[in-house]
Design a protein around this ligand. Structure first.
Ligand code: HXC
Length: 286
């Protein structure tokens, strides 16, 4: 039974805006990224999601495919974003089977709560490798396809026609590093690197038609991130401390995604869209 699409995005978006486009997403079996991809599929896109766990990734791909009759959604499991060759093979397979790569979501991430003195060198390296090198590997593997898409969709070499967007990247980051966040030094360092990468890609690849932006979610209800980073009994109080008075929803991250990937985001490049109900402006600690 397909999920109601307005559970995943607002009803301001037109149903066909991503027809014949392809989104490639790492971390695509996760709660946030699967919602981003699901919304894109509802609006016409085909998709390729990448994950480490084969069953989880393939099952999620099947589930997302129910979003729209006739959509093609491939799940490629057993791909660790720390392995450049595996990502390159996945990108090539995506382009071969679906025809192109027009949008990329670099969403794979690793996290746990630990104070710096209990993080081993390997644990620190693992998180930086997944978040920073994983994002680099993702962009590296998909950039030739993204440039091709951006060029194809621009009439005058600079401006995309209506619903003709392509060549767009979203990095999924966080707000932890805007302030100091205890138990999160590893992720703060990694996400600062991801943000820096997004800006460099925007400046460097912008002239080829690429846009590269960051979505920084705050605490989003019912996600693996919240489950890993907070205790259930603390969540009600922590939600009250957020200016919006609640945790966010995956739908709100999906909406931000559609904003950046559709015509509404044409002239947004190198930016971070914080979707956190104003949380980081308070203390940065959820
Ligand atoms: C201290 C820990 C730890 C913990 C693992 N390690 N958990 N150290 N406290 N709780 C250490 C291990 O002991 C090991 O170091 C090293 O990390 C690598 O762990 P492995 O399990 O061997 O390897 P790996 O498969 O590479 O695991 C990566 C991982 C893991 C990041 C540690 O948690 C993971 O795979 N996570 C993926 C999914 C995930 O985290 N999703 C949530 C994303 S939420 P030693 O020295 O023993 O070898 C998110 C939200 C961002 O990103 C912010 C939102 C606000």
């Amino acid at each position: 039974m397909p999920l109601d699409k307005y559970q995943y995005m607002s009803n301001v978006w037109r149903d066909d805006i991503f027809n014949n486009k392809v989104v490639f997403c790492t971390g695509g079996a996760g709660t946030i990224c699967s919602a981003q991809v699901r919304a894109m599929v509802h609006l016409g896109a085909n998709a390729c999601i990448i994950g480490r766990n084969v069953d989880k990734t393939e099952n999620m791909a099947k589930d997302i495919a129910t979003a729209r009759t006739g959509s093609k959604v491939i799940g490629i499991g057993a791909v660790d974003v720390r392995k450049p060759e595996a990502l390159a093979a996945a990108a090539d397979r995506c382009a071969k089977e679906l025809g192109s790569i027009d949008f990329v979501i670099a969403g794979a991430a690793g996290n746990f709560l630990a104070p710096m003195d209990q993080i081993s060198p390997n644990a620190m390296k693992s998180v930086i490798d997944i978040d920073v090198l994983g994002s680099y590997n993702t962009v590296k593997a998909t950039l030739p396809y993204l440039i091709e898409s951006a060029q194809k969709h621009m009439t005058d070499g600079k401006t995309p026609p209506p619903n003709g967007t392509g060549g767009r990247i979203i990095f999924v980051s966080a707000t932890l590093h805007y302030t100091g966040t205890p138990m999160q030094s590893h992720v703060s360092v990694a996400k600062a690197g991801v943000d820096a990468m997004a800006m460099s890609v925007a400046i460097e690849q912008g002239p080829k038609g690429i846009t590269s932006n960051v979505i920084a979610p705050g605490p989003i209800a019912d996600t693996e991130g919240v489950a890993r980073l907070s205790r259930e009994q603390d969540r009600e109080n922590s939600a009250k401390s957020i200016p919006s008075g609640r945790y966010g929803t995956v739908k709100e991250i999906a909406d931000a995604t559609i904003y950046l990937f559709s015509d509404t985001g044409n002239y947004v490049n190198g930016e971070t869209l914080v979707v956190d109900g104003g949380q980081w402006h308070t203390s940065g600690v959820g």
